[in-house]
Design a protein around this ligand. Structure first.
Ligand code: ADP
Ligand code: ADP
Length: 226
């Protein structure tokens, strides 16, 4: 689904990624793990063209990501960040409908899709009328997921999606996300610094450190490492 070929990226003198080669297979959930600053988010942001390599190439379905086609390519990719990354001045419903509205979807079509996804992501209906600041962290996360799924993307990119939640809610959402991934059957790329979460939600795992891929493969092999 995605491929990085010899990708490097620097910010000033600091190296975010150094000669990264990586393939993300379709239909699987892949987790990018590693300590803070390893380059995980930079990889994820490159997959959706929020960041570009200084050297190397990013391929999406065998074609280079292209700035000229980015809007079209991005519609096929859902992206969720910590706390959902919602616009604070729009209600939850406004947030999830935004893109579909700009694409000219009818109100009825939008409503039907939102209802379907709210049930799937277990968001109570009244939460849709609230503003992000009036929602719990877990609800904001669910709204972010619904927004990302509106256009039925081929891929779901998740950057520390549960990072801001307290442990009990986090645990509950992990279980629901696992179920959701199985139901959707989409390609998922998950960034997390929590190895247990990665192993629970994804397989294979890719371990980054200092901007390099140091290990990748099936979770059971990586977690056995000495
Ligand atoms: P991770 O997601 O694994 O925590 P990141 O991909 O966010 O790591 O960052 C990798 C490295 O690149 C870090 O050293 C970080 O400080 C640096 N970096 C990332 N984004 C920027 C930026 N916009 N400006 C400067 N440095 C950045
Ligand atoms: P310009 O800014 O000259 O109009 P583009 O918008 O096509 O050119 O690209 C700007 C930057 O993005 C360049 O540094 C280019 O190398 C990089 N870039 C564009 N497409 C890709 C790709 N598929 N993989 C890696 N880098 C890319």
């Amino acid at each position: 689904m995605f491929e990085l070929r010899h990708v490097s990226r620097r910010y000033g003198s600091s190296v975010a990624l150094e000669d990264v080669d990586l393939r993300i297979e379709a239909g699987r959930s892949t987790a990018l793990i590693g300590p803070s600053g390893a380059g995980k988010s930079t990889v994820l942001r490159m997959l959706i063209g929020l960041e570009w390599p200084d050297a190397g190439t990013v391929l999406f379905r065998g074609e280079p990501l292209q700035r000229a086609r980015l809007l079209e390519q991005r519609r096929r990719i859902g992206y969720v960040i910590q706390e959902g990354g919602l616009f604070p001045h729009l209600t939850a419903a406004g947030n999830v409908a935004l893109l579909a509205r700009t694409l000219g979807w009818s109100r009825a079509r939008i409503d039907a899709r939102v209802q379907e996804l709210a049930a799937l992501c277990r968001l109570p209906g009244d939460a849709l009328r609230r503003y992000p600041a009036e929602l719990s962290g877990g609800q904001r996360q669910r709204v972010g997921l619904i927004r990302a799924l509106m256009l039925d993307p081929e891929v779901l990119l998740l950057d520390e999606p549960l990072g801001a939640l307290d442990p009990i809610i986090r645990h509950e959402l992990q279980a629901q996300m696992r179920e959701l991934f199985a139901t959707l059957g989409k390609t998922v790329v998950l960034v997390t610094h929590d190895v247990a979460e990665a192993a629970y939600l994804a397989d294979p795992l890719v371990l980054l450190r200092g901007g390099r891929v140091v290990q990748q493969g099936p979770a059971r092999e990586l977690l056995q490492a000495p």
